[in-house]
Design a protein around this ligand. Structure first.
Ligand code: SF4
Ligand code: SF4
Length: 336
């Protein structure tokens, strides 16, 4: 079923959602001017473009307590901490829905269920928001991610209204308000003309077989290992674990999962002080190959959804699209 909601009634709809959910998460401009997702408390909603930071924070937070533990005689008492709050995430872009699908593949399907992640996913209703123009550095058209997937409702701007499409029963149940008027119209387009284009044909094999291509060294020479690319990426998930003692407690400690970055040299250090990727060249290559080659081989989908955030965030303008296109062009010339 499809509906229309007057744009001016969006705050009223969000207030209604607040009565049904523990948390309503929306895109906003924060106090530093960056755009990101935050719990709704009457702020102005940012819908002009995709946000600088994705909604990953609400599924794979930068720092997440997983359990507390305490020594008891010869064993340990362990108390896991699952987030089971009922949430609704409004305004996630199509590439954002694909990013969640990519993470589901790993944290729900591949190794079995990671309950810290899956609880949040199961308890979050997704309201997607269709883009009507390309965003800065985005290349969703090349990655096939310009149409939302796995969402409960879809909002599309249409003049003074939002055209609202219910995709699931959960989504339909949110529309039981006089704010929504039924419409027989059902058409919408998810076509986006992105300036940034990536040739994805055989990209997995071509990047891998060009492991020693000169582009890795050329591009990585200006990399600062600042990790802006991995921090802004909606699909980067690599983490480390930290234990922290709870001061003033009776010998209790807490385990935290903390997002890490493949762009840091210490991330590649293993026992015996061995560094797997001591050079920036190796680390940048790992980032790009993980996005376009390794993950696809294991999970049949790319670990990149073409949002362009890493390109926008990079202070020295390193672009994984430019790198991959150079190798694609080289592979094409070689095959002639
Ligand atoms: S690698 Fe870059 S373009 Fe791809 S999903 Fe991550 S931030 Fe977006
Ligand atoms: S954002 Fe750019 S400079 Fe910073 S680590 Fe990533 S590629 Fe290197």
């Amino acid at each position: 079923m499809n509906y229309l909601l007057k744009k001016e009634n969006l705050p009223k709809f969000l207030e209604l959602l607040k009565k049904k959910f523990d948390q309503v998460i929306v895109p906003v401009k924060n106090e530093t001017g960056a755009t990101c997702f935050q719990p709704y408390s009457g702020q102005e909603i940012f819908l002009e473009a995709r946000t600088d930071f994705s909604a990953k924070e609400f599924f794979r937070p930068a720092k997440e307590k997983t359990f507390s533990f305490k020594k008891k005689n010869s064993s340990y008492e362990i108390k896991p901490e699952y987030d089971t709050a009922k949430k609704v995430l409004f305004g996630v872009r199509p590439c954002g829905t694909h990013a969640l699908n990519t993470l589901d593949e790993l944290f729900i399907k591949f190794f079995g269920e990671d309950q810290f992640y899956s609880n949040k996913r199961k308890n979050t209703t997704i309201i997607a928001f269709q883009c009507n123009k390309a965003c800065e550095n985005g290349f969703c058209a090349s990655m096939g991610t310009s149409k939302a997937i796995g969402h409960d409702l879809l909002f599309i701007e249409r003049g003074n209204d939002f055209f609202v499409r219910a995709e699931t029963e959960k989504g339909t149940s949110l529309l039981d308000s006089a704010l929504f008027k039924h419409t027989s119209d059902s058409e919408y387009s998810s076509k986006i003309n992105c300036e940034n284009e990536l040739d994805t044909e055989d990209i997995e094999e071509n990047l891998f077989s060009n492991f020693n291509h000169s582009v890795w060294k050329e591009e990585s020479e200006r990399c600062l290992s600042c990790t802006s690319c991995t921090q802004s990426c909606p699909t980067c998930y690599c983490y480390t674990s930290n234990d922290e003692f709870v001061f003033g407690s009776d010998n209790e400690s807490e385990r935290f999962r903390v997002l890490d970055s493949c762009q840091l040299q210490r991330f590649t250090k293993v026992a015996g002080n061995h560094l797997f990727r001591p050079s920036r060249e190796g680390r940048l290559r790992q980032f790009v190959l993980h996005k376009f080659s390794y993950y696809k081989k294991h999970h049949c989908i790319h670990l990149c959804v073409g949002c362009g955030r890493c390109i926008t965030a990079c202070p020295v303008k390193i672009s994984l699209v430019d790198i991959a296109n150079k190798i694609q062009k080289h592979s094409l010339e070689e095959s002639k």
